[in-house]
Design a protein around this ligand. Structure first.
Ligand code: ATP
Ligand code: AMP
Ligand code: MG
Length: 186
C-alpha cells in the first residue's frame, strides 16, 4: 500500500464494468473497496425511503443530495479506499452530479478513474446482466452519457486537484483494462 494513495474514485456508466475491472486491479493490494451505492442504499433503507438500489435515482433531488452527504461523510472517515461510484447519475430530471462540491470536498480524491467501453459493448452487457434493473438506453444515449461523464470528471478534478485516468474496458480485453488501472493503485 502506498501511503499517498488516499482515496481513488472509480466511475463509469452502469454496466461498463467498473466493479469487475477495479476489483481485479485491487487484488492483493492493501486497500478497502467501498461501493458508494451500497453505503447509500443502507442509509436509504434505514430511513425507509427505498427497498432496492435501482430505485434511489428516482428519489427527489433533495433526498438524493441528503443521502450523498451522509454517504460521503461515512466514506471520508475511512483511509486508503477505492470508491466505486458514478460521475453522473441519470435521473428523470436529467444528469445529477455524483461528485458535486458537497461530495468531492468530503472525499478528497487523489485520482478519478473513468472506465469506458464502446456504446455497443455496454448495450449488450446491460442486456445480458439480469442481476440489476438497468435502464434500457439507446446506443446514442449511452454515448451521450459517457461524454457527459468525461466533462464531469474534469470539473471534479478542477474542484479537488485529482487526476483523471481514462481506462478502456473492451470486450475480451479485461486484462488490458486491469493493466491500465493498476498504476493508479501504486
Ligand atoms: P454498475 O454501475 O451498475 O454497478 P458496473 O460498471 O460496475 O455497473 P459490472 O457489474 O462490473 O459493471 O459489469 C457489468 C457486466 O459486464 C457484468 O456482467 C460483467 O461480467 C460484464 N463485463 C465487464 N467487463 C467486461 C469485459 N471486458 N468484457 C465482457 N464483459 C464484461
Ligand atoms: P451502483 O451499484 O454503482 O450502480 O450504485 C447504485 C445507485 O447508487 C446508483 O444508481 C445511484 O442511485 C446511487 N449512487 C451511487 N453513487 C452515487 C453518487 N456519487 N451520487 C449519487 N448517487 C449515487
Ligand atoms: Mg458496479
Amino acid at each position: 500500500m502506498n501511503d499517498k494513495m488516499g482515496v481513488v474514485v472509480v466511475t463509469g456508466i452502469p454496466g461498463v464494468g467498473k466493479t469487475t475491472v477495479m476489483k481485479r486491479a485491487a487484488e492483493g493490494v492493501d486497500i478497502q473497496f467501498v461501493t458508494f451505492g451500497t453505503v447509500m442504499i443502507d442509509i436509504a433503507k434505514e430511513s425507509g425511503l427505498v427497498k432496492d438500489r435501482d430505485e434511489m435515482r428516482e428519489l427527489s433531488l433533495e433526498q438524493q443530495k441528503e443521502l450523498q452527504i451522509q454517504t460521503a461523510e461515512k466514506i471520508a472517515s475511512m483511509k486508503n479506499v477505492i470508491v466505486d461510484t458514478h460521475c453522473t447519475v441519470k435521473t428523470p430530471k436529467g444528469y445529477m452530479p455524483g461528485l458535486p462540491e458537497w461530495v468531492v470536498k468530503r472525499l478528497k480524491p487523489t485520482t478519478i478513474v473513468v472506465v469506458e467501453a464502446d456504446p455497443e459493448e455496454i448495450y449488450t452487457r446491460r442486456a445480458k446482466d439480469d442481476t440489476r434493473n438497468r435502464d434500457l438506453d439507446s446506443k446514442e444515449k449511452i454515448a451521450e452519457h459517457q461524454q457527459i461523464n468525461r466533462a464531469a470528471a474534469m470539473a471534479y478534478s478542477a474542484l479537488s486537484g485529482a487526476t483523471v485516468k481514462i481506462v478502456s474496458n473492451h470486450d475480451d480485453a479485461i486484462d488490458e483494462a486491469v493493466k491500465e488501472a493498476i498504476p493508479v493503485l501504486r
